[in-house]
Design a protein around this ligand. Structure first.
Ligand SMILES: O=C[C@H](O)[C@H](O)[C@H](O)COP(=O)(O)O
Length: 226
């Protein structure tokens, strides 16, 4: 199976966890795209009532086009379950997200959800985090000074650029990726990044996920994290 087929597999499998009447957080990325497609089909075929809370403008557009009702995170009183992708997951179910520059809104939706589920192909599973660069969403004002401070700490920062321009998040902020190689103490690193002025949010998602569905050759594997 190709990586894309594995993503499609977990995208479809995740939709089985969505029931009539639920308010569902919809993540962002290529894996979630398959899940939203499958959810659109389920809504159409079964006529179930779902409210979606999107973590990005992209996902909101896709869901709306498929007939899924979308509400803003501030318009709902709770979110039953959020289904999102991830860039890397370690053996303790800690994750890196933000490869698609959506981690700020994703984290806001995740912390306001009763349950969180991540759907990934097997290439995302690792013993330790860090081989995937850690994304930071940063305020443009003073970001070069922030960059220097990150460099001085040995975090190996790199501005995320496309066609010679800064990649912008849905909140019009910049992204800096930290090429650390290994993150042996994710909690300590998260604390340090939380304390740095100018960083709006980092892509370390710690102690947040309840269930992970991993796309493997033999079929989807459902792992209970907490
Ligand atoms: O910013 C993007 C998100 O955190 C995505 O959920 C993450 O990058 C995984 O995306 P994909 O399913 O495309 O690998």
């Amino acid at each position: 199976m190709t990586q894309d087929e594995l993503k499609q597999l977990v995208g479809k499998a995740a939709v089985d966890f969505i029931e009539d009447g639920m308010t569902v957080g919809l993540g962002t990325g290529s894996t979630v795209k398959y899940m939203v497609d499958a959810l659109g089909e389920k809504v159409k075929k079964q006529g179930i009532n779902i409210v979606g809370v999107s973590t990005s403008k992209r996902t909101a557009e896709q869901a709306t086009a498929l007939g899924i009702e979308i509400k803003d995170v501030d318009e709902v009183d709770h979110i039953d379950l959020t289904i999102d992708g991830a860039d890397q997951i370690d053996k303790n179910f800690q994750g890196i997200k933000g490869g698609g520059a959506a981690h700020l809104w994703e984290k806001i939706v995740a912390i306001n959800s009763n349950k969180n589920m991540w759907i990934v192909d097997e290439s995302k599973m690792a013993d330790e985090l860090g081989s995937f660069p850690l994304p930071l969403e940063v305020i443009p004002y003073g970001s070069k000074q922030l960059f220097k401070r990150l460099e001085a700490k040995g975090y190996h920062p790199e501005f995320r650029m496309a066609n010679g321009k800064h990649v912008l998040t849905d909140s019009d902020n910049f992204v800096i990726d930290l090429h650390m190689g290994h993150i042996s103490e994710p909690q300590e690193l998260a604390k340090d990044l939380d304390s740095m002025t100018g960083i709006v949010e980092h892509g370390l998602f710690l102690d947040l996920v309840n269930t992970v569905i991993v796309g493997r050759e033999g079929g989807p594997q459902i792992l209970k994290a907490r």
